[in-house]
Design a protein around this ligand. Structure first.
Ligand code: NDP
Length: 402
């Protein structure tokens, strides 16, 4: 069994660390380090109570490459799992290179000052990881993550020539708060307020944020409005599967959420431009995060289900047309019972654990920087079924989303 060092102690980390501790034959030892060590200790206490396993904890500023390098040299993990924020990705990749440690994360690097959602920064590390003989796996959450694994599994076994892919992300949960985001508010609001972008015939087409809306009847959730957005896995999917003609990403939002967001945007609270306030520079979006409920605290009251998956169309090996819908449904209350976190953290933390398991077991190996769809999807699909995120695939007979 291997030893992992997990960085970050939010909802996603909590789920991943619980799940690692439930699989001691793969994860012989788990060490958890984050900015606020009390959050690590709280996760470790819950893990001890639920599984009997001990998790060592440390305090670390992951933006301090020298400090992280020293911590890695002290702890000597076989793998570093980055479940802090996208801002830390490059600094943690640097520390991994400095110490010869493989790397895995769940979200693409974001500069603090501009919301870009692109892989260029992390793809630029390809040569250095390759030369060091180290593996870096990017985006092992649900989306990105499972949605890309779904695509590569469907491509391998059912539709070798993918023409169109629509990724549909529905959170049908209700947390009982007037306004809250179900993962890190700063990242969530940046993502939702960015212009929508989809891929069509070799080009990116940009449209205004939240301007394209469709109703969709989600399995086990019901009809919800979903909106065209940009999401980082579109970039890597069309890069690695160049036959794709159209790739789009949709996410559901309730009317109340959108009304709150519109007001916050109109008054300037979602801006990432620093302003001066009482002699001190603050970023409005960071201030907003400070007054919103902590996503990790929403688990106890959240009811309902998430449903995330892909509708994929293309031609089979013998040239016939085929469309499938492949998805997972996750219940917020079941997720909370198992690890003390709601389904949005659960659906991200479980795939992070699975990606880490496959790296530790050597089922995924290689030197360089990899996106999920470049790796063997078969063992990952099996582990989703075994570890709490069972998936289903149906032939898609309804008309395509217009
Ligand atoms: P949270 O905000 O709940 O947790 C982030 C954690 O990172 C906090 O514990 C925070 O510390 C810690 N952290 C932040 N900065 C530093 C730093 N400089 N050094 C050390 N630790 C730091 O986020 P989530 O758990 O919701 O999300 C975790 C990651 O997962 C994010 O990158 C998010 O984008 C990604 N994600 C991916 C999804 C997917 O499907 N692929 C879906 C949802 C999330 P502190 O407690 O002190 O604030």
């Amino acid at each position: 069994p291997g030893h992992v060092l997990v960085i970050g102690a939010g909802g996603v980390s909590s789920v991943a660390v619980h799940k690692m501790a439930m699989n001691p034959a793969i994860f012989g030892k788990v060490t958890l380090a984050s900015r606020t060590v009390s959050k690590c200790d709280a996760i470790a206490a819950s893990v001890k109570e639920r599984t009997g396993q001990t998790v060592d904890t440390h305090s670390i500023d992951a933006d301090d490459v020298a400090a992280t390098t020293a911590l890695i040299n002290q702890v000597k993990p076989d793998l570093l799992v980055n479940l802090a924020l996208p801002y830390q990705d490059l600094n943690l990749m640097e520390a991994c290179l400095a110490t010869g440690t493989p790397y895995l994360d769940t979200a693409n690097y974001e500069p603090l000052d501009t919301a870009k959602f692109e892989y260029s920064h992390q793809w630029a590390y390809q040569k250095r990881f390759e030369e060091a003989g180290l593996m870096a796996v990017l985006g092992s959450g649900f989306d990105p993550g499972v949605t890309s694994i779904f695509a590569s599994w469907v491509r391998r076994h059912h539709i070798p020539q993918i023409r169109t892919i629509d990724i549909l992300d529905c959170n049908g949960g209700d947390h009982g708060q007037a306004f809250a985001t179900n993962f890190n508010p700063e990242i969530n609001i940046r993502e939702v307020t960015a212009p929508a972008r989809h891929f069509q015939d070799g080009k990116w087409v940009e449209t205004a944020a939240l301007s394209t809306k469709r109703a969709f009847d989600f399995p086990e959730v019901g009809e919800r409005n979903m909106y065209l957005m940009y999401h980082e896995e579109l970039e890597s999917l069309v890069t690695h599967f160049p036959e794709i003609e159209r790739a789009r990403f949709w996410m559901t939002f309730g009317d109340a959420y959108l009304t709150h967001l519109e007001v916050l945007q109109n008054v300037g609270m979602t801006s990432i431009e620093p302003i001066m306030y009482e002699g001190r520079e603050i970023v409005p979006l960071q201030f907003l995060k400070a007054v919103l409920p902590e996503p990790a605290g929403l688990g106890a009251t959240t009811k309902g289900k998430t449903c995330i998956g892909d509708i994929i169309t293309g031609s089979t090996g013998d040239g016939a047309e085929k469309s499938v819908y492949i998805y997972n449904v996750c219940d917020h209350e079941d997720a909370y019972r198992e690890t003390g976190n709601q389904a949005v953290s659960y659906t991200t933390g479980v795939p992070a654990m699975i990606g880490a398991a496959l790296m530790l077991q050597g089922k995924w190996s290689g030197a360089g920087v990899f996106n999920m769809e470049q790796l063997d999807p078969d063992p990952f699909m099996d582990m989703l079924n075994e570890h709490g995120l069972p998936w289903q695939m149906v032939d898609w007979k309804l008309p395509p989303i217009s």
